[in-house]
Design a protein around this ligand. Structure first.
Ligand code: ZN
Length: 199
């Protein structure tokens, strides 16, 4: 996965974001647009610039919008506790290309593993008054399967136990590593891990 750095000139200063409880998915509601266009649209709203932290094109290229540690402008009332990812496209009517879906999922794995392991992935309409990201946006597929779609599903018991421990669902890692040697327990831990990521 590659994030393309952009050279956006912010019209006003950005403030630091105090917390990150949600990763919010959006669509641009425009069939074809560039990160620069979205930036100029948002500047016309009187904002500092593009309100999202990432913009993913239909071909799967990923562009950086706002710096990761700053507040975005993408979901009213929730900007201080969320980051925003926007997909090029108009997903009330269009169907998302596979390359774009995969790129969004890779970006989610990167953000979850590297920065925000306990943040919930949500669609804009789940946390705000909106029909975004559109009824054709594969929202539940991405939420439930992003690791699979990215080709990075956890299969190692170590990784599963690490994540459950990190989330405070289990406390004694070494005990669960031992129990997980039993195939049924391993299967159950894996299911719990998949479940908690999406709830
Ligand atoms: Zn939205």
């Amino acid at each position: 996965m590659n994030i393309i750095e952009t050279n956006i000139k912010w019209a006003s200063s950005l403030s630091k974001r105090p917390r990150t409880d949600y990763i919010v998915l959006h669509h641009a509601e425009a069939s074809k647009c560039s990160v620069e266009q979205v930036d100029s649209w948002h500047k016309q709203n009187g904002w500092a610039g593009i309100g999202y932290h990432f913009f993913v094109r239909k071909d799967g290229t990923i562009y950086r919008g706002r710096p990761l540690d700053t507040m975005g402008a993408h979901v009213s009332g929730m900007n201080s506790r969320s980051i925003g990812i926007c997909a090029e496209g108009s997903y009330m009517t269009e169907t998302m290309p596979e390359a774009q879906k995969k790129a969004i999922c890779e970006l989610l794995v990167y953000l979850k593993d590297k920065y925000y392991p306990v943040a919930s992935i949500v669609g804009h309409k789940e946390v705000g008054q909106s029909n975004c990201p559109g009824k054709n946006f594969p929202l539940s597929e991405i939420k439930n399967n992003y690791r699979n779609i990215a080709g990075q599903e956890y299969t190692r018991l170590n990784d599963i136990v690490w994540e459950l421990n990190h989330r405070g669902i289990i406390t004694d890692s070494s005990l669960w590593l031992k129990k997980g040697a039993d195939k049924n327990i391993y299967w159950l831990l894996r299911k719990i891990c998949q479940y908690v990521r999406t709830h």
